[in-house]
Ligand binder design. Sequence first.
Ligand SMILES: Nc1ncnc2c1ncn2[C@@H]1O[C@H](COP(=O)(O)OP(=O)(O)OP(=O)(O)O)[C@@H](O)[C@H]1O
Length: 216
Amino acid sequence: MKLAFKIKNLIPSPLAEQNLSNSEIWDTEELQIDSSKRYLVSAHSGKGKTTFLSILNGTRTDYSGEAILNEKLLSDFTPKDWAQLRREHISFVSQTLSLFPNLTALENIQLKNQLTHFLEESQIVEMAKQLEVEHLLYKNTETLSLGQKQRIAIIRSLCQPFQLLLLDEPFSNLDNVNIEKASQLISTHCEMQNAGFILASLGEEYFFKYDEKLNL
Ligand SMILES: Nc1ncnc2c1ncn2[C@@H]1O[C@H](COP(=O)(O)OP(=O)(O)OP(=O)(O)O)[C@@H](O)[C@H]1O
């Protein structure tokens, strides 16, 4: 299923008092986001990157204007609709990473994978090898460094079917070598799934080729 978001005059409540005239996303007449494309969304801290991705993911609803997915208002989606979208169509690497601290890295990855039986364990181990976290798969995530957690969260996001991957500053604790490896893994899996992504960044462009770059 292709995902086509349309947003019209969207203003999130926390930013309602701010001057949004320079934004290519907030308070624009109409913007279309297609799941087949790769987007870079750049902005300084506090401009609403997390808020934007959370609106597309259905976890924030405090905005004025319209947000539409495949001709249906997001506000009309039920919790069941969102659960299905997040299980099968939209994957998200959140800034907080949302890993369960008392589960191992592999258990965290498998929690999602078990919902859809998307990948074999051997494929997950292969991804962990590529990002050099294979030796951490049986460790509780509370014992991992932030950069290690980010790599586990990136792997977990790729272990489900999706047409659109939302990446909220996913490399903020990684060095360039790891960023390049993670970018390659993300690109490969997006291509395999015929999916696009939206990468929110403080300004860094990293190693991707983008179809569109938007300033928030
Ligand atoms: N639940 C909330 N209630 C009130 N204000 C909020 C809430 N969440 C975010 N904000 C405000 O909305 C603005 C945008 O926040 P958001 O987290 O989306 O920014 P960001 O661009 O992702 O920032 P960063 O780069 O620092 O992660 C900020 O000014 C923040 O203080």
